[in-house]
Design a protein around this ligand. Structure first.
Ligand code: SF4
Length: 312
């Protein structure tokens, strides 16, 4: 019942709220668009897909966290605003909606904060986050050319509450101009003048336009895009650490076992030795010997299929 109510009202509420805050996203190219795969952006504006209710709820995590931060910033003496809209003075189809902007009364000092919510904290900010922030900073310096402008990305892990701020970004003409060129090409693709560029990466896995995407090469052996390569390298490091952890644990356990120690003290670290009874398992050989007339084959259950990866 409640599920049906949510399904009925949520899409409408989110659409209305988004139009109030961000306007019609089909009519402009935003900072977050510029930081994404151009083909995906163009198709999402020309042939938008309806998100299912689960995706809509997931996409609200950022807004909910934004409201929480707003309540906190309201208690501080800092001047700030949310969802500030900036438009390129010569290319009005280019806009940015900034999550948080802090400023002094005379606008001589401005701080731009982009908020990202994640379910696993990265060591480094994603390239797309930094591009989005640079586009915002570029538009801001066009509007306030004499201001001292700084930007940061605040990342919050909504599962653990862990926070990380990647800060001290400043407007950078070279990066901004490169992003402007990309934005102009997206506009040309939207107007049907050129084919949009494909930019392969991890997000291809959740892209609604992947089925007929020419960039996705299927096959036995395919070179990964850069952001996937980084993930593989990170995994390889972690696997190595896991192996070392296992070997150290074994050495400590063996030492405690052989001496008969239950608790070991290593300065401020306490090591507890614990043992548990083994899990009960069925001894098939003994069963067959005791009851040779019974065929136990029909009682075997096939597990669900699963997939896994290995690193070499
Ligand atoms: S599958 Fe990847 S490369 Fe293709 S449109 Fe989607 S995001 Fe872009």
């Amino acid at each position: 019942m409640i599920h049906e109510i949510i399904k009925k009202y949520l899409p409408k509420i989110i659409k209305e709220k988004s139009e109030i805050e961000l306007g019609n996203r089909k009519e402009y190219i935003g900072a977050s668009d510029i930081a994404q795969c151009s083909r995906k952006v163009v198709l999402s504006k020309l042939n938008p897909v309806e998100h299912d209710v689960e995706t809509l709820i997931r996409l609200q995590r950022g807004h909910l966290t934004e409201n929480l931060l707003k309540m906190i910033f309201d208690k501080t003496p800092y001047k700030y605003t949310t969802q500030m809209e900036l438009t390129h003075p010569d290319l009005p189809y280019l806009k940015a909606h900034l999550d948080f902007v802090f400023y002094t009364k005379d606008m001589s000092k401005i701080g731009v904060l982009e908020l990202k919510t994640v379910s696993s904290m990265p060591d480094e900010p994603h390239e797309s986050w930094i591009q989005q922030l640079h586009f915002q900073l570029g538009l801001m310096i066009l509007k306030y050319p004499d201001a001292e402008i700084k930007g940061s990305v605040l990342v919050i892990n909504i599962n653990t509450g862990e926070m990380k701020e990647f800060n001290n970004y400043e407007p950078n003409n070279v990066i901004f101009n490169a992003l402007l060129e990309k934005a102009k090409k997206i506009k040309m693709a939207l107007d049907g003048q050129i084919e949009p560029k494909t930019e392969q990466g991890f997000l291809c896995s959740s892209c609604p336009y992947k089925t007929d995407c020419p960039a996705l090469i299927k096959g036995e052996k395919v070179e990964f895009p850069d952001d996937m390569k980084q993930r593989v390298k990170k995994l390889k490091e972690l696997v190595k650490i896991e192996k070392e952890t296992k070997s150290l644990k074994n050495e400590i356990k063996l030492y405690m076992e052989s001496i008969g120690i239950k608790t070991g003290i290593a300065d401020d670290i306490i090591v507890q030795y614990q043992s548990r009874k083994g899990r009960k398992t069925l001894d098939e050989k003994a069963l067959k010997e005791a009851y040779p007339e019974i065929d136990i084959t029909p009682f075997y259950k096939e597990g669900d299929p699963y997939s896994f990866i290995t690193l070499k």
